[in-house]
Structures are given as structure tokens and as C-alpha cells.
Design a protein around this ligand. Structure first.
Ligand SMILES: [Zn+2]
Length: 91
């Protein structure tokens, strides 16, 4: 909702304006097309890579590199080299 509201609390004169904020509401695995949404367990285990490549990149100079993978595709493609180390904060 876009609009303008002014709230005055006590004697502190702060003015607030509502603003439209976009948040990621779904992610689709680039490999298997699995759709993941916030609130489901798969959402927290997805792997997203996003960066701007440099001049020496095998993908091409200055390309924007992005990939989103579900945990299953991540394991099937890169799992061989993943270091999965036990931690103290296991739920
Ligand atoms: Zn996948």
C-alpha cells in the first residue's frame, strides 16, 4: 500500500511515509524447476549464487552470474565437493 501517514509520538517529531517494498516470494530451481516459497522447508535449503564476473571470468567479461538451485540439484551437481561439517547449533 502506497500512501503517506504522519505519526507523532510524544514530543519526538518524526514523520513516517509508507513505502512499497518488494520481497522475494518464490524461487524456481534452474535445473529441475522446483518452485520454492517462504515458509516451506525447501526454501531455507536452496542455494543461490549471484555475482558480477570480472575480466578473467570463463563466462565472459563482466557478466552477471546467477543460479538458483534446490538443495537436491545442488547436491547432485556440486555435492561431491561440498564440505558438510557438523555444527553445535543443530536444531
Ligand atoms: Zn532442483
Amino acid at each position: 500500500m502506497l500512501g503517506s501517514n504522519h505519526h507523532y509520538a510524544q514530543n519526538i517529531m518524526l514523520e513516517y511515509t509508507d513505502k512499497l517494498v518488494s520481497v522475494v516470494s518464490a524461487c524456481t530451481c534452474d535445473r529441475c524447476q522446483r518452485r520454492m516459497t517462504p515458509g516451506e522447508p525447501e526454501w531455507d535449503e536452496k542455494v543461490s549464487i549471484s555475482y558480477k564476473a570480472g575480466y578473467y571470468s570463463t563466462f565472459g567479461d563482466g557478466r552477471k552470474i546467477e543460479v538458483d538451485l534446490c538443495q537436491h540439484c545442488f547436491k547432485e551437481t556440486l555435492g561431491t565437493w561440498v564440505r558438510a561439517t557438523p555444527t553445535d547449533d543443530v536444531i
